[in-house]
Design a protein. Structure first.
Lengths: 249, 297
């Protein structure tokens, strides 16, 4: 039975969610604060398959909880569920490490479908990880959905990035953004296009929230993140991915 | 993240203002040393200098105030978004549940009850926002009438006891001599209810609220709403009556709100020729809110 942790301080909403998810045969636990959630999630063997995380929590807010989870290496699929639906909020949620984002009020059927989606992806990932568990070299030689540049390789199916012998787990959105940039290798892509194509967000005003993602990706793939060679800034427009940069000098 | 950015920008502008003033002072002292003999020039210089300094100081003050106001408005919009959307999300979730699933009779009644509570909460938020709009509009006149204050306090307490399921001991009334005031019943009732609601909300689990009425100098009557709850830091006692303002930090932000309740209380007091203030010995030591209104002649 899949286990779901609901982090929500609105008692009525949390109980309504619990009733419905239990009716769908999930095992549900509710906590009211981010601190309580982190305590449960940052143990060695957390007992959950999906986390539903509210943003406006008393004490630590959902964005902080999300980034602390990911920084501590906790990659349980997480759906942020919040009243804040401004594109900047959505992007901040994804930048903090969320796998999915849904705004209140929501349709029950959509919420359940999204939870199933996260669980399904998790199962695929586990299956893929088991198949290639012997050593990561085997995984690297797999042609399936992998992109290699220099001494780095991105395994999109496993949501991970290997730099030499170092493994960086990616969130779904980080992987999607990287895939998009790689697909448009050598071409400049604007922030607006990335927002529309990767996140499906249509925003008239220019938003800089996407830059947080780039900063994180640079930390993984660049030897010197402040002097990027793969993920270049094109001033006033957006970014360009270069797989094999020409050696300086 | 955004707030931290703004704090940095405030610090930058204050530093810039202070820096400019020091540069001006330095230049001026130099200038005086060089030109101390010419009297008229010295006088004009002093005039110019004070104009410059006050200009820079005023500019910095307004800039900082504007940044703070923007910050509060952002927080207000977030709080309103939350307070409007959350009850709708709850009601919608329960309606969808009732529509899509088989629910036994006991649960069904529980869901109806929750939906009613959430719609009351939604209505209360909408009323606070509309009332703030009305109070702010210059054209909105008071609908004056005689109010027997004790009766109105009891009516508000009764409403709160029913709403929060509290016994009379938790929300007690110590009446003073009977007093009649001239006021807008709707507004005075809203102000009293806001004070009582706050006292309950900020009391945590141990609700011991008392309401007292007393005459002051034969001209005014005070309504004191006292709780044994979270208390208020001394520096926040005036701030909390500002529009959109909410006390920062952990214990207070655990209580949901949109930062309009006390603004309404103070506005109603002012519109009736009275005033409102808060007293507290500090965090953890409870608070007393006082609404003072003139007695009808």
């Amino acid at each position: 039975m899949n286990r779901i942790l609901i982090v929500e301080d609105e008692k009525h909403l949390a109980e309504g969610l619990r009733f419905n998810l239990e009716a769908e045969d999930y095992q549900v636990q509710v906590v009211e604060t981010g601190e309580a959630a982190l305590e449960l999630l940052l143990t060695e063997t957390p007992a959950f398959d999906v986390v539903i995380l509210d943003v406006m929590l008393p004490g630590k807010n959902g964005f902080t909880v999300m980034s602390e989870m990911r920084q501590a290496g906790q990659f349980i699929p997480t759906l942020m569920l919040t009243a804040r639906g401004h594109p900047d909020d959505v992007l901040n949620g994804f930048a903090a490490g969320a796998d999915d984002y849904l705004t209140k009020p929501f349709e029950l059927a959509i919420l359940i479908a999204r939870i199933r989606g996260l669980l399904r992806r998790n199962q695929w990932l586990r299956a893929a990880a088991n198949n290639t568990a012997a050593n990561h070299t085997a995984a690297r030689s797999e042609p399936n959905d992998t992109f290699t540049f220099g001494d780095k390789s991105v395994h999109f199916d496993l949501l991970e990035l290997w730099v030499r012998d170092k493994r960086f787990p990616l969130t779904l959105m980080e992987a999607n953004l990287l895939r998009y940039l790689i697909q448009h290798e050598g071409r400049t892509v604007s922030r607006k296009t990335m927002l529309e194509e990767v996140w499906g967000l249509h925003e008239d005003t220019d938003t800089r929230a996407i830059d947080n993602f780039i900063v994180r990706l640079r930390r993984y793939i660049e030897d010197e993140p402040t002097r990027p060679r793969h993920l270049l800034t094109v001033r006033g427009v957006g970014y360009r991915f270069v797989a094999s940069p020409v050696a300086p000098g | 993240m955004v707030v931290a950015g703004r704090r940095r920008s405030i610090a930058f502008f204050i530093a810039l203002g202070a820096g400019l003033i020091s540069v001006i002072l330095l230049l001026y002292v130099g200038w005086v040393v060089l030109n101390w003999r010419s009297g008229i020039l010295l006088f004009l210089g002093v005039l110019l200098l004070s104009t410059l300094i006050s200009g820079v100081a005023l500019n910095t003050t307004f800039l900082v105030r504007e940044i703070r106001r923007n910050e509060q408005q952002d927080a207000f919009i977030n709080a309103v978004t939350h307070e409007l959307k959350t009850p709708v999300a709850s009601i919608r979730l329960y309606l969808e549940t009732l529509q899509a699933r088989t629910v036994d009779e006991v649960k069904r009644q529980e869901f109806y009850h929750i939906m009613l509570l959430e719609s009351d909460r939604l209505l209360a938020t909408i009323e606070q926002i509309l009332r703030t709009g009305r109070i702010g509009a210059a054209s909105h006149k008071l609908n004056l009438g005689s109010i027997e204050l004790g009766g109105m306090v009891e009516e508000c307490l009764l409403r709160a006891r029913t709403l929060y399921h509290m016994p009379a001991e938790s929300l007690a009334y110590h009446p003073g001599p009977p007093v009649t005031i001239l006021g807008d019943p709707d507004e005075v009732r809203a102000a009293l209810s806001n004070l009582i609601d706050n006292a309950v909300k900020y009391s945590g689990n141990d609700v011991r609220v008392t309401v007292e009425t007393a005459k002051v100098d034969g001209k005014y009557v005070t309504v004191r709403v006292r709780d044994q709850g979270l208390g208020i830091p001394k520096t926040e006692l005036k701030q909390i009556f500002k529009r959109f303002y909410r006390v920062p930090g952990a214990p207070a932000t655990r209580v949901k709100g949109i930062g309009l309740g006390l603004y309404i209380v103070r506005s109603v007091a002012k519109r009736h020729g009275g005033r409102a203030w808060a007293e507290s010995e500090g965090p953890g030591r409870g608070s007393t809110f006082v609404l003072q209104l003139p007695i009808a002649k």
